[in-house]
Design a protein around this ligand. Structure first.
Ligand SMILES: Cc1cc2nc3c(=O)[nH]c(=O)nc-3n(C[C@H](O)[C@H](O)[C@H](O)COP(=O)(O)O)c2cc1C
Length: 327
Protein backbone atom coordinates (compact mmCIF):
# COMPACT_ATOMS: atom_id res chain seq x y z
CA UNK A 1 0.00 0.00 0.00
CA UNK A 2 1.18 3.54 -0.75
CA UNK A 3 2.34 5.39 2.35
CA UNK A 4 -0.20 7.27 4.44
CA UNK A 5 -0.10 9.26 7.66
CA UNK A 6 -0.87 7.29 10.79
CA UNK A 7 -4.00 8.77 12.32
CA UNK A 8 -6.46 8.24 15.14
CA UNK A 9 -9.31 6.10 13.91
CA UNK A 10 -12.44 6.37 16.00
CA UNK A 11 -13.04 2.81 17.33
CA UNK A 12 -16.68 3.08 16.22
CA UNK A 13 -15.44 3.20 12.61
CA UNK A 14 -12.73 0.54 12.81
CA UNK A 15 -13.99 -0.75 9.43
CA UNK A 16 -12.59 2.51 7.99
CA UNK A 17 -8.96 1.56 8.75
CA UNK A 18 -8.39 -0.40 5.49
CA UNK A 19 -10.53 1.92 3.35
CA UNK A 20 -8.56 3.58 0.53
CA UNK A 21 -11.15 4.07 -2.24
CA UNK A 22 -14.32 6.04 -1.74
CA UNK A 23 -17.15 6.89 -4.15
CA UNK A 24 -18.13 10.52 -3.59
CA UNK A 25 -21.68 11.69 -3.05
CA UNK A 26 -22.95 13.01 -6.42
CA UNK A 27 -26.45 14.39 -6.82
CA UNK A 28 -28.23 12.71 -9.72
CA UNK A 29 -25.50 10.06 -10.02
CA UNK A 30 -24.72 7.99 -6.93
CA UNK A 31 -28.04 6.26 -6.46
CA UNK A 32 -28.19 2.71 -5.16
CA UNK A 33 -27.73 1.13 -8.61
CA UNK A 34 -24.66 3.17 -9.40
CA UNK A 35 -23.20 2.34 -6.01
CA UNK A 36 -23.96 -1.33 -6.73
CA UNK A 37 -22.16 -0.99 -10.07
CA UNK A 38 -19.03 0.38 -8.38
CA UNK A 39 -18.77 -2.17 -5.54
CA UNK A 40 -17.46 -5.19 -7.47
CA UNK A 41 -14.61 -3.06 -8.80
CA UNK A 42 -13.44 -2.06 -5.34
CA UNK A 43 -15.37 0.96 -4.07
CA UNK A 44 -14.93 0.27 -0.35
CA UNK A 45 -17.17 3.08 0.89
CA UNK A 46 -19.88 4.74 -1.18
CA UNK A 47 -22.08 7.72 -0.49
CA UNK A 48 -25.69 8.40 -1.36
CA UNK A 49 -26.55 11.65 -3.12
CA UNK A 50 -26.70 14.68 -0.83
CA UNK A 51 -30.02 14.91 0.92
CA UNK A 52 -31.94 17.88 2.32
CA UNK A 53 -32.43 17.48 6.06
CA UNK A 54 -35.79 19.20 5.78
CA UNK A 55 -36.94 16.82 3.03
CA UNK A 56 -36.51 13.93 5.46
CA UNK A 57 -38.25 15.81 8.24
CA UNK A 58 -41.22 16.64 5.97
CA UNK A 59 -41.26 12.98 5.00
CA UNK A 60 -40.93 13.62 1.26
CA UNK A 61 -40.96 10.20 -0.46
CA UNK A 62 -38.54 11.44 -3.13
CA UNK A 63 -36.09 12.57 -0.48
CA UNK A 64 -36.30 9.24 1.34
CA UNK A 65 -35.51 7.46 -1.95
CA UNK A 66 -32.15 9.24 -1.95
CA UNK A 67 -31.15 7.42 1.22
CA UNK A 68 -32.41 4.00 0.18
CA UNK A 69 -29.66 1.75 1.47
CA UNK A 70 -31.73 -1.21 2.65
CA UNK A 71 -29.65 -4.41 2.67
CA UNK A 72 -26.57 -2.65 1.25
CA UNK A 73 -23.79 -4.84 2.56
CA UNK A 74 -20.62 -2.75 2.22
CA UNK A 75 -19.95 0.50 4.07
CA UNK A 76 -22.35 3.19 2.96
CA UNK A 77 -22.74 6.83 3.92
CA UNK A 78 -25.64 9.26 3.88
CA UNK A 79 -24.86 12.94 3.36
CA UNK A 80 -27.09 15.69 4.74
CA UNK A 81 -27.24 19.38 3.98
CA UNK A 82 -29.10 22.24 5.58
CA UNK A 83 -28.38 25.25 7.75
CA UNK A 84 -30.45 24.84 10.90
CA UNK A 85 -28.78 22.89 13.69
CA UNK A 86 -32.04 21.55 15.12
CA UNK A 87 -33.36 20.48 11.69
CA UNK A 88 -30.11 18.65 10.89
CA UNK A 89 -30.09 17.01 14.31
CA UNK A 90 -33.72 15.91 13.83
CA UNK A 91 -32.91 14.47 10.39
CA UNK A 92 -29.96 12.64 11.96
CA UNK A 93 -32.28 11.16 14.58
CA UNK A 94 -34.54 9.88 11.79
CA UNK A 95 -31.63 7.72 10.65
CA UNK A 96 -31.96 5.55 13.73
CA UNK A 97 -32.53 1.95 12.64
CA UNK A 98 -31.63 2.71 9.00
CA UNK A 99 -28.79 1.04 7.12
CA UNK A 100 -25.81 3.41 7.16
CA UNK A 101 -22.28 3.39 8.54
CA UNK A 102 -21.50 7.10 8.49
CA UNK A 103 -23.46 10.34 8.39
CA UNK A 104 -21.63 13.01 6.40
CA UNK A 105 -22.24 16.74 6.61
CA UNK A 106 -22.10 18.65 3.35
CA UNK A 107 -20.08 21.83 3.78
CA UNK A 108 -18.94 21.98 0.18
CA UNK A 109 -21.86 22.23 -2.22
CA UNK A 110 -21.43 25.33 -4.40
CA UNK A 111 -24.90 25.20 -6.03
CA UNK A 112 -26.77 28.51 -5.85
CA UNK A 113 -30.02 26.98 -4.61
CA UNK A 114 -28.17 25.38 -1.66
CA UNK A 115 -25.90 28.31 -0.89
CA UNK A 116 -28.78 30.83 -1.08
CA UNK A 117 -30.31 29.11 1.92
CA UNK A 118 -26.89 29.23 3.60
CA UNK A 119 -26.29 25.49 3.29
CA UNK A 120 -23.38 23.57 1.76
CA UNK A 121 -20.27 25.68 1.19
CA UNK A 122 -21.93 28.86 2.52
CA UNK A 123 -21.23 27.47 5.98
CA UNK A 124 -17.49 27.81 5.31
CA UNK A 125 -18.14 31.55 5.59
CA UNK A 126 -19.98 31.12 8.91
CA UNK A 127 -17.84 28.88 11.09
CA UNK A 128 -19.80 29.49 14.33
CA UNK A 129 -22.93 28.11 12.63
CA UNK A 130 -20.95 25.26 11.05
CA UNK A 131 -19.66 24.38 14.51
CA UNK A 132 -23.13 24.51 16.05
CA UNK A 133 -24.55 22.25 13.33
CA UNK A 134 -21.70 19.76 13.62
CA UNK A 135 -21.97 19.48 17.41
CA UNK A 136 -25.76 19.10 17.23
CA UNK A 137 -25.52 16.32 14.65
CA UNK A 138 -22.65 14.51 16.40
CA UNK A 139 -24.83 14.41 19.50
CA UNK A 140 -28.01 13.32 17.73
CA UNK A 141 -26.69 10.88 15.15
CA UNK A 142 -27.09 7.15 15.70
CA UNK A 143 -23.87 6.59 13.69
CA UNK A 144 -20.52 8.41 13.64
CA UNK A 145 -20.33 11.67 11.71
CA UNK A 146 -17.90 12.94 9.06
CA UNK A 147 -17.75 16.18 7.08
CA UNK A 148 -16.88 17.19 3.53
CA UNK A 149 -15.47 20.64 2.96
CA UNK A 150 -13.82 22.81 0.33
CA UNK A 151 -10.72 24.97 0.86
CA UNK A 152 -12.87 28.00 1.73
CA UNK A 153 -15.57 30.28 0.40
CA UNK A 154 -13.27 32.19 -1.99
CA UNK A 155 -9.58 32.95 -2.47
CA UNK A 156 -9.73 35.74 0.14
CA UNK A 157 -11.15 33.45 2.82
CA UNK A 158 -9.28 30.16 2.52
CA UNK A 159 -9.85 28.47 5.89
CA UNK A 160 -9.61 24.67 5.52
CA UNK A 161 -7.12 24.29 8.38
CA UNK A 162 -9.27 26.29 10.78
CA UNK A 163 -12.39 24.44 9.60
CA UNK A 164 -10.70 21.05 9.81
CA UNK A 165 -9.46 21.66 13.37
CA UNK A 166 -12.88 22.90 14.40
CA UNK A 167 -14.53 19.79 12.94
CA UNK A 168 -12.02 17.53 14.67
CA UNK A 169 -12.77 19.21 18.02
CA UNK A 170 -16.51 18.97 17.33
CA UNK A 171 -16.21 15.18 17.15
CA UNK A 172 -16.27 14.15 13.48
CA UNK A 173 -14.28 11.00 12.74
CA UNK A 174 -12.76 12.19 9.48
CA UNK A 175 -12.77 15.15 7.11
CA UNK A 176 -12.92 14.99 3.33
CA UNK A 177 -11.32 17.95 1.57
CA UNK A 178 -12.18 18.81 -2.03
CA UNK A 179 -9.19 20.99 -2.90
CA UNK A 180 -11.11 23.88 -4.43
CA UNK A 181 -12.85 26.94 -2.98
CA UNK A 182 -16.56 27.51 -3.47
CA UNK A 183 -15.75 30.37 -5.87
CA UNK A 184 -13.78 27.96 -8.06
CA UNK A 185 -16.71 25.55 -8.30
CA UNK A 186 -15.13 22.89 -10.55
CA UNK A 187 -12.70 25.18 -12.39
CA UNK A 188 -8.92 25.03 -12.26
CA UNK A 189 -6.94 22.32 -10.56
CA UNK A 190 -7.77 20.96 -7.12
CA UNK A 191 -5.06 21.95 -4.63
CA UNK A 192 -3.40 18.78 -3.41
CA UNK A 193 -1.04 21.01 -1.39
CA UNK A 194 -4.09 22.03 0.66
CA UNK A 195 -4.97 18.36 1.20
CA UNK A 196 -1.37 17.62 2.29
CA UNK A 197 -1.46 20.53 4.75
CA UNK A 198 -4.74 19.35 6.24
CA UNK A 199 -3.41 15.79 6.58
CA UNK A 200 -0.46 17.29 8.45
CA UNK A 201 -2.62 19.46 10.70
CA UNK A 202 -5.22 16.91 11.84
CA UNK A 203 -4.93 13.86 14.08
CA UNK A 204 -7.99 12.23 12.49
CA UNK A 205 -7.98 10.80 8.94
CA UNK A 206 -8.37 13.03 5.90
CA UNK A 207 -9.89 11.83 2.64
CA UNK A 208 -8.38 13.63 -0.35
CA UNK A 209 -10.70 14.62 -3.18
CA UNK A 210 -10.34 16.34 -6.52
CA UNK A 211 -9.12 15.40 -9.98
CA UNK A 212 -8.25 11.73 -9.42
CA UNK A 213 -9.26 10.01 -12.66
CA UNK A 214 -7.02 6.93 -12.97
CA UNK A 215 -4.51 4.77 -11.13
CA UNK A 216 -1.69 7.12 -11.91
CA UNK A 217 -3.42 10.21 -10.45
CA UNK A 218 -4.51 8.11 -7.44
CA UNK A 219 -0.85 7.24 -6.74
CA UNK A 220 0.22 10.85 -7.19
CA UNK A 221 -2.44 12.12 -4.80
CA UNK A 222 -1.49 9.51 -2.18
CA UNK A 223 2.21 10.27 -2.51
CA UNK A 224 1.70 14.02 -2.45
CA UNK A 225 -0.73 14.20 0.46
CA UNK A 226 -0.32 10.97 2.51
CA UNK A 227 -4.11 11.03 2.88
CA UNK A 228 -5.91 8.10 4.45
CA UNK A 229 -8.16 7.47 1.43
CA UNK A 230 -9.05 9.02 -1.90
CA UNK A 231 -12.59 9.97 -2.88
CA UNK A 232 -13.48 10.03 -6.57
CA UNK A 233 -16.43 11.64 -8.27
CA UNK A 234 -16.50 12.59 -11.94
CA UNK A 235 -13.84 10.07 -12.90
CA UNK A 236 -16.07 7.21 -11.78
CA UNK A 237 -19.14 8.22 -13.80
CA UNK A 238 -19.55 5.57 -16.50
CA UNK A 239 -16.24 4.15 -15.28
CA UNK A 240 -16.49 1.94 -12.18
CA UNK A 241 -13.24 0.32 -13.39
CA UNK A 242 -11.54 3.37 -11.88
CA UNK A 243 -11.72 1.59 -8.52
CA UNK A 244 -9.82 -1.45 -9.85
CA UNK A 245 -7.20 0.87 -11.29
CA UNK A 246 -6.82 2.54 -7.91
CA UNK A 247 -6.62 -0.79 -6.10
CA UNK A 248 -3.91 -2.00 -8.49
CA UNK A 249 -2.02 1.29 -8.23
CA UNK A 250 -2.00 0.94 -4.45
CA UNK A 251 -0.11 -2.33 -5.01
CA UNK A 252 2.21 -0.69 -7.59
CA UNK A 253 0.44 -2.44 -10.48
CA UNK A 254 -1.64 -1.49 -13.51
CA UNK A 255 -4.87 -2.94 -14.88
CA UNK A 256 -5.98 -3.31 -18.49
CA UNK A 257 -8.69 -0.96 -19.75
CA UNK A 258 -12.10 -2.65 -20.10
CA UNK A 259 -13.16 -3.79 -23.57
CA UNK A 260 -16.50 -2.78 -25.07
CA UNK A 261 -17.84 -6.24 -24.14
CA UNK A 262 -16.73 -5.80 -20.53
CA UNK A 263 -18.46 -2.43 -20.44
CA UNK A 264 -21.68 -3.68 -21.98
CA UNK A 265 -21.80 -6.58 -19.50
CA UNK A 266 -21.77 -4.06 -16.66
CA UNK A 267 -24.31 -1.83 -18.43
CA UNK A 268 -26.72 -4.78 -18.72
CA UNK A 269 -26.46 -5.46 -14.99
CA UNK A 270 -26.91 -1.76 -14.25
CA UNK A 271 -30.07 -1.62 -16.41
CA UNK A 272 -31.54 -4.68 -14.66
CA UNK A 273 -30.69 -3.35 -11.22
CA UNK A 274 -32.15 0.10 -11.74
CA UNK A 275 -35.29 -1.45 -13.29
CA UNK A 276 -35.84 -3.69 -10.30
CA UNK A 277 -35.30 -0.84 -7.82
CA UNK A 278 -37.09 2.00 -9.60
CA UNK A 279 -39.43 0.35 -12.10
CA UNK A 280 -38.93 0.07 -15.83
CA UNK A 281 -39.94 3.54 -17.05
CA UNK A 282 -38.31 5.65 -14.34
CA UNK A 283 -35.37 3.22 -14.28
CA UNK A 284 -34.83 3.66 -18.02
CA UNK A 285 -34.78 7.44 -17.68
CA UNK A 286 -32.28 7.25 -14.85
CA UNK A 287 -29.94 4.77 -16.49
CA UNK A 288 -29.76 6.41 -19.95
CA UNK A 289 -27.42 9.15 -18.82
CA UNK A 290 -25.16 6.57 -17.19
CA UNK A 291 -25.06 4.50 -20.38
CA UNK A 292 -24.08 7.57 -22.37
CA UNK A 293 -21.05 7.88 -20.10
CA UNK A 294 -20.19 4.16 -20.15
CA UNK A 295 -19.95 4.12 -23.95
CA UNK A 296 -18.37 7.56 -24.41
CA UNK A 297 -15.48 7.44 -26.83
CA UNK A 298 -16.58 4.29 -28.65
CA UNK A 299 -17.50 4.37 -32.36
CA UNK A 300 -21.05 5.56 -32.94
CA UNK A 301 -21.55 6.51 -29.25
CA UNK A 302 -23.28 9.83 -30.04
CA UNK A 303 -25.86 8.20 -32.34
CA UNK A 304 -26.49 5.39 -29.85
CA UNK A 305 -26.99 7.94 -27.09
CA UNK A 306 -29.66 9.69 -29.21
CA UNK A 307 -31.39 6.36 -29.83
CA UNK A 308 -31.32 5.49 -26.14
CA UNK A 309 -33.01 8.77 -25.26
CA UNK A 310 -35.97 7.74 -27.39
CA UNK A 311 -36.54 4.48 -25.53
CA UNK A 312 -38.67 3.80 -22.48
CA UNK A 313 -38.03 0.14 -21.80
CA UNK A 314 -35.10 -1.98 -20.76
CA UNK A 315 -35.70 -4.33 -23.70
CA UNK A 316 -35.38 -1.51 -26.25
CA UNK A 317 -32.18 -0.30 -24.62
CA UNK A 318 -30.75 -3.81 -24.52
CA UNK A 319 -31.52 -4.36 -28.19
CA UNK A 320 -29.70 -1.11 -29.15
CA UNK A 321 -26.74 -2.23 -27.07
CA UNK A 322 -26.78 -5.74 -28.56
CA UNK A 323 -26.51 -4.16 -31.97
CA UNK A 324 -23.55 -2.08 -30.78
CA UNK A 325 -21.88 -5.23 -29.46
CA UNK A 326 -22.32 -7.07 -32.76
CA UNK A 327 -20.68 -4.36 -34.91
C1 LIG B 1 -22.81 15.73 -10.86
C2 LIG B 1 -22.13 16.03 -9.54
C3 LIG B 1 -22.89 16.00 -8.39
C4 LIG B 1 -22.26 16.23 -7.16
N1 LIG B 1 -23.00 16.15 -6.01
C5 LIG B 1 -22.39 16.26 -4.79
C6 LIG B 1 -23.10 16.01 -3.59
O1 LIG B 1 -24.28 15.66 -3.59
N2 LIG B 1 -22.41 16.15 -2.41
C7 LIG B 1 -21.09 16.49 -2.37
O2 LIG B 1 -20.51 16.60 -1.28
N3 LIG B 1 -20.40 16.72 -3.49
C8 LIG B 1 -21.01 16.60 -4.70
N4 LIG B 1 -20.29 16.77 -5.84
C9 LIG B 1 -18.84 17.03 -5.74
C10 LIG B 1 -18.06 15.71 -5.76
O3 LIG B 1 -18.42 14.88 -4.69
C11 LIG B 1 -16.53 15.96 -5.71
O4 LIG B 1 -16.24 16.63 -4.51
C12 LIG B 1 -16.05 16.80 -6.87
O5 LIG B 1 -16.63 16.40 -8.10
C13 LIG B 1 -14.52 16.73 -7.00
O6 LIG B 1 -14.09 15.41 -7.13
P1 LIG B 1 -13.72 14.76 -8.58
O7 LIG B 1 -12.64 15.62 -9.19
O8 LIG B 1 -13.26 13.38 -8.26
O9 LIG B 1 -14.98 14.81 -9.40
C14 LIG B 1 -20.88 16.56 -7.09
C15 LIG B 1 -20.14 16.60 -8.27
C16 LIG B 1 -20.75 16.34 -9.48
C17 LIG B 1 -19.91 16.38 -10.74
Amino acid sequence: MLERKKTKIDPRVDWFEPVRRVLSPMAGVTDRSFRNACRPFGAQLAFCEFTAAKGLIYDSPNTWKLVDTLDEVDPVGVQLFGNEPEALASAARLMRGKRLDILDLNYGCPAKKVVKKCGGSALLADLPLLEEITKAVVQASPVPVSAKIRTGWDEESINYIETGLLLQDAGVCWVTLHGRSRAQKYRGEASWDAIAELVDALDIPVIGNGDVVDGESFSRMCEHTKCHAVMVGRGAIGNPWLFSEMEAADRGQETAKPSLDDILDVVEIHIADVGSLRGEVIGSRIVRKHIARYIRGFDGAAAIRRELYETDTAEEMLSILREMRSK
